[in-house]
Design a protein around this ligand. Structure first.
Ligand SMILES: [Fe+2]
Ligand SMILES: [Fe+2]
Length: 147
């Protein structure tokens, strides 16, 4: 992703129908998650790209909390439908949770966060994960005839 400049909106951040995996519940949750990234980006644009202060910490903690909520919900759906790759998928989620928890701890401690790597990481990871890993599960559900 191209480096962000001060005050620049990142047009790559936003929901795109191409991200839909074809499961209504998961698509809705993914849409929310991407929406939180948009909020984070809006906040940073409005604040002149100074990732600091309580509002920033609040947005980051929403993002962290909702990420965990979504992962738990997705994993329950996987367990309910006996998804064979559940354990591997849980591991992928855990790596991301550890990273966002680390980010959140940095923000709470008032440390500087590198925005470019933040976006690269959050957005690229999330979209890549949705398009590759979550899509496999959606395909599995379709093959089982679950809608
Ligand atoms: Fe997932
Ligand atoms: Fe997901």
């Amino acid at each position: 992703m191209a480096p962000l400049q001060k005050g620049q909106w990142n047009p790559q951040i936003g929901w795109n129908e191409g991200y839909a995996i074809g499961n209504a519940q998961l698509d809705e949750e993914h849409r929310k998650l991407v929406g939180l990234l948009v909020n984070l980006n809006d906040f940073l644009v409005a604040d002149g790209f100074v990732p600091s202060g309580e509002d920033f910490a609040t947005i980051v903690s929403y993002l962290v909390d909702y990420t965990k909520t979504h992962f738990t919900s997705e994993q329950s759906l996987m367990a309910k439908h006996a998804y064979p790759a559940l354990q591997d998928h849980i591991k992928l989620h855990a790596v991301f949770v550890a990273a966002v928890d680390g980010l959140s701890a940095k923000v709470k401690a008032g440390q500087t966060v590198d925005l470019n790597s933040l976006y690269d990481f959050l957005f690229d990871w999330l979209i890549d994960h949705i398009l590759h890993e979550d899509k496999k599960f959606a395909r599995y559900l379709r093959e089982k005839g679950v809608r």
